[in-house]
Design a protein around this ligand. Structure first.
Ligand SMILES: [Zn+2]
Ligand SMILES: [Zn+2]
Length: 337
C-alpha cells in the first residue's frame, strides 16, 4: 500500500490534523496528482469553520493546487503522466445541466468544488477530475503558479471582463493577497492605476509594483481623490470592508463599475442616487479562466509574493493568513520549504 501525508479537518471548527492515509486511485475520468504546492485562500475557511451546510467530514482543503500527473484514469485522451497541471476552485461539472449545455461550466448546478466537496491539495497526493485540470507552463515555479489558480484568475478575470479599457483609471482597494495581484494585472493591462490603502505602510510596495497613484484612506477622502483624477472606471474591491466600499461609490466615473472579488459579510450603505447619477454599477465576480491568468502572467512577468510553509505547518500558515499577517499569499510546499 502506498501511503501519503495529508492535512484534514475532522469536524467544523476543529484543528488541522496531520494524518497518514492510503494514496487514492483515480477513477476512469480522474487523475492522481502528486502535489508540489498548494496555495491557501480565505475560501478554505469554509471547510475549517464549517461555513457551508451539508459539508462532509473529514475533509482535506486546498483549491490552489499545482502538481504532476502521477496516474491517469482510463478515459484520458489529452493528458499525460508526468505533465504539470493545476486545479482551482472549480473541481468539475456535469456536462448536462442548462448551464453546462451553454458552455457556462462555472455555473453548473451540479458542480464539484476542490477542497470543499472533494479532498483538495493540503496533501502529498490528490484526485482531480479531468475536466477540472489546467495546464501549468513549465516556466512557472509551482509555488508561484499555485496562487494564480484562484487569487490570480479571479483578479485577472474581473479586470479583463470589466468595462475598463487601456488608459482608463482603475483603483485597487486593498493591497493584500488579492490586491497585490490585481495591481500587477491592472498595470500590465495598461490601466492608469491607483491603490487605496489604510495608512502609508504599503505605499512603497504599491509604487514598486508600478502604481501611478497611492491614496491613504485614513487621511484622504478617497472618492474625492479619485474624482480629482477624473473618476475611476473600475474600482476592484479586495478589502473586506463594507463601509469603506460604500464610500467609494462616488469615486466612480461615468459608467464606472465597482467589482467585489472578496467575501464581505457586512452591509453596504450608499445613496442609490449615486448609482443613477453617472450610470454607475456595482457587481461581484468569482469567475475567470485559470489558464488565461497563467498565460498572461508568464507573458508579462506578473508573480504573486508568497510565504512558503511545509505541509506540517498548515495550521501556522492558516492562522497567519486569517489574521492578515501573511505577505501576501501563504503556500504549502510538499517536501518542505
Ligand atoms: Zn480561493
Ligand atoms: Zn452542469
Amino acid at each position: 500500500m502506498r501511503s501519503m501525508k495529508a492535512i484534514q479537518i475532522s469536524s467544523p471548527g476543529n484543528d488541522f490534523e496531520l494524518v497518514h492515509k492510503e494514496v487514492p486511485k483515480p477513477k476512469e475520468n480522474e487523475v492522481l496528482i502528486k502535489v508540489e504546492a498548494c496555495g491557501m485562500c480565505h475560501g478554505d475557511s469554509i471547510v475549517k469553520e464549517g461555513r457551508f451546510p451539508g459539508l462532509q467530514y473529514p475533509r482535506t482543503p486546498g483549491h490552489e493546487v499545482v502538481g504532476i500527473i502521477d496516474q491517469l484514469g482510463s478515459k484520458s485522451k489529452h493528458w499525460k503522466e508526468g505533465q504539470r497541471v493545476g486545479v482551482g476552485w472549480h473541481g468539475g461539472h456535469c456536462f448536462e445541466c442548462p448551464a453546462c449545455r451553454s458552455g457556462e461550466f462555472g455555473a453548473c448546478v451540479d458542480s464539484s468544488t476542490t477542497g470543499i466537496t472533494t479532498d483538495g491539495g493540503y496533501a502529498e497526493f490528490m484526485i482531480a477530475r479531468m475536466e477540472a485540470l489546467n495546464s501549468v507552463p513549465s516556466s512557472l515555479d509551482p509555488v508561484e503558479a499555485a496562487p494564480l489558480l484562484c487569487a490570480g484568475r479571479t483578479t485577472f478575470g474581473a479586470l479583463q471582463n470589466s468595462v475598463a479599457k487601456g488608459g482608463d483609471l482603475v483603483a485597487i482597494h486593498g493591497l493584500g493577497g488579492l490586491g497585490h495581484l490585481g495591481l500587477q494585472f491592472a498595470i500590465k493591462l495598461g490601466f492608469e492605476t491607483a491603490v487605496l490603502s489604510r495608512g502609508k505602510e504599503k505605499e512603497a510596495l504599491a509604487r514598486k509594483l508600478g502604481a501611478h497613484h497611492f491614496i491613504d484612506t485614513n487621511t484622504a477622502d478617497a472618492a474625492k481623490e479619485l474624482m480629482n483624477l477624473g473618476g475611476a472606471k473600475v474600482i476592484l474591491c479586495t478589502a473586506p470592508n463594507g463601509k469603506a466600499i460604500s464610500e467609494l461609490v462616488s469615486g466612480l466615473s461615468r459608467d464606472g463599475q465597482m467589482i467585489i472579488v472578496t467575501y464581505i459579510n457586512e452591509m453596504m450603505q450608499f445613496s442609490p442616487a449615486n448609482l443613477m447619477r453617472g450610470s454607475r454599477s456595482i457587481s461581484g465576480w468569482v469567475g475567470g479562466d485559470p489558464e488565461d491568468a497563467l498565460r498572461f502572467s508568464v507573458l508579462t512577468g506578473v508573480r504573486p509574493m508568497v510565504e512558503v510553509f511545509p505541509l506540517e505547518q498548515a495550521a501556522l500558515a492558516y492562522e497567519k493568513m486569517m489574521s492578515g499577517k501573511v505577505h501576501f499569499r501563504a503556500v504549502l510546499k510538499m517536501g518542505g520549504r
